[in-house]
Ligand binder design. Sequence first.
Ligand SMILES: [Ca+2]
Ligand SMILES: [Ca+2]
Length: 273
Amino acid sequence: MRGRLGAVWFFCWLQLLNGTASQWLQLLNVTQGNAAGCGGNLTAPTGGPVTSPNYPSNYGNNENCEWLITVPVGSIISLTFDSFNTEENYDFLDIYDGASDSAAVIQRLTGQQSVSRILSTSNSMFLRFTSDGFVTHQGFQFSYTSLTSNETTGCGGNLTTPTGGPVTSTNYPSNYGNNENCEWLITVPVGSIISLTFDSFNTEENYDFLDIYDGASDSAAVLQRLTGQQSVSPVNSTSNKMFLRFTSDGTETRQGFQFSYTSLTSNETKEFD
Ligand SMILES: [Ca+2]
Ligand SMILES: [Ca+2]
């Protein structure tokens, strides 16, 4: 805060040094914003690079740029950043999971950082870049692609063999990524049930979850919600289908998990009763 006030006073002092009427007018006009034609509607399935105004030179003060990305219904949007550098805690890029700023915020970016891939949950994404009246940086450049749910992270899938695995989180045994959304549907022969055994489980506690459902979708009962580092006992379904979803939030990753499954006939399940 003190550093920032210092920058503001230094800026005013510079203006005093220059002392020209036009410089003072510029300073007074700062609150009126600029008329940069930034932002826009992006409707191609793949787009970019999209940049902040003047990139790779600095953006201006009082920018307000809005982008709406819309891809075909049934697809989601994957945003990848080549660079991101704004004045920390004063100039922001807000990314919303929908068509306007009334949707949930996926991420608020500020400062200088390397940004992991950002995924929407539907076919639209709204972005707004705002800068305040002092101090500008280079800004950012990003591109986007539309993905069908199978391509979302290259993770998840349909498992239909009676015995399967090992199934792992993305990049295992290296860390999974931020903003992952992986879904597995396991289907074994009718009359059998599914028994899941974990070799390892390690996610960011209370932020990155593996949810296991006792049926074909997330509308079935939850068998377990796993998070943190733990040794997991076998998890059994009551029917021949099991649905799993792994989600990670926008920061902090761990090694993830590895599991296998087998199908058991009702005779074999007694040992688990
Ligand atoms: Ca600023
Ligand atoms: Ca996390």
